[in-house]
Design a protein around this ligand. Sequence first.
Ligand code: NAD
Length: 364
Amino acid sequence: MKIAVLPGDGIGPEIVAEAVKVLKALELPFEMETAAVGGSAFDAHGHPLPEATLALAKAADAVLFGAVGDWKYDKLERQFRPEQAILGLRKQLGLFANFRPAICYEQLTHASSLKPELVAGLDILIIRELTGDIYFGQPRGRRTAIDGHFPGSEEAFDTMRYSRPEIERIAHVAFQAARKRNRKLTSVDKANVLETFQFWKDVVTEVHAQYPDVQLEHLYVDNAAMQLVRAPKAFDVVVTGNLFGDILSDEAALLTGSIGMLPSACLDKNGKGLYEPSHGSAPDIAGKGVANPLATILSAAMMLRYTLNQPEAADRIESAVKAVLGAGLRTGDIWSEGTTKVGTRAMGDAVVAAITGKTTITKT
Ligand code: NAD
């Protein structure tokens, strides 16, 4: 199994180093190779996604990605900006399914803006289609209106569209993910108003015939947004289009209250994936050794579960993270009165210790 390790910018190298340490502690036959990406790749090679990095990502079974971006690159032409690396990788690797779990650990319920009893033990998975919908539909642009409420005035427009194969493949991914969890899938649409999402609903319902062991429900997106804050634990796996998924996955992430805890994955049609924390490169805390590495460590666990077919190893990492939180260790972003503040490396060491039982937990 070959893993391409792309640390990137800002806190990327610090948090990825901890995830690599945790992967090594599992003593599985991984080969890991590191390459430059983002702003640091632009500085070293003149491009945020150098050809060698792309070739490595293509050849690997999975990609472990840190984060890219720094304000110092904001004046670069768009094609050279660090963020283009992640868009390029998604496109070049055909990553159309975005997995965003929202997990609220018992010990961190106070960080949520909802009442503790609503979020304690929350564990939901939002699957967002990533390469279609109104974000990519053509035609789009600006023009002079020929009809509508104000003919002759300037207007802007986008096109919402989904083809049958696009919906079928994300539906299969979602049903299969539901099978690895509690066999419950909620498909979110706006079928009451939008033709595109009536089609979405019809196709998801057809695909469901191949997964009779999974319970399927349909919700309108406005209702789904309400239910996510009213009773989030009623959900298990949620699948939706690019636009609705963009909004709902951020809403679900907020339920857990701590961006430093949230992993994510983008998968292709064969289950190959790019795994990264949901947060960015946090230039404000880069190099200080205070970043929370747990989102990246949990991304590595997702990689083991969804691409490398090592669910027991994924369980070991997730249990170790729970044990470390249970022992009261916290990085600054999740710290609260009565817990022990630790830095990035000490948190990684603690997870390794919980996995191997070989070293003692270090507190700083
Ligand atoms: P950000 O997620 O980097 O940071 C937002 C806030 O959360 C900051 O205060 C930061 O210190 C904190 N934070 C983030 N991750 C943390 C962690 N692991 N531990 C502790 N605190 C953490 O978002 P931003 O500040 O809007 O963006 C910074 C840069 O990151 C920008 O250049 C942006 O383009 C880039 N970005 C990259 C990705 C990616 O690589 N996929 C995603 C989002 C943003």
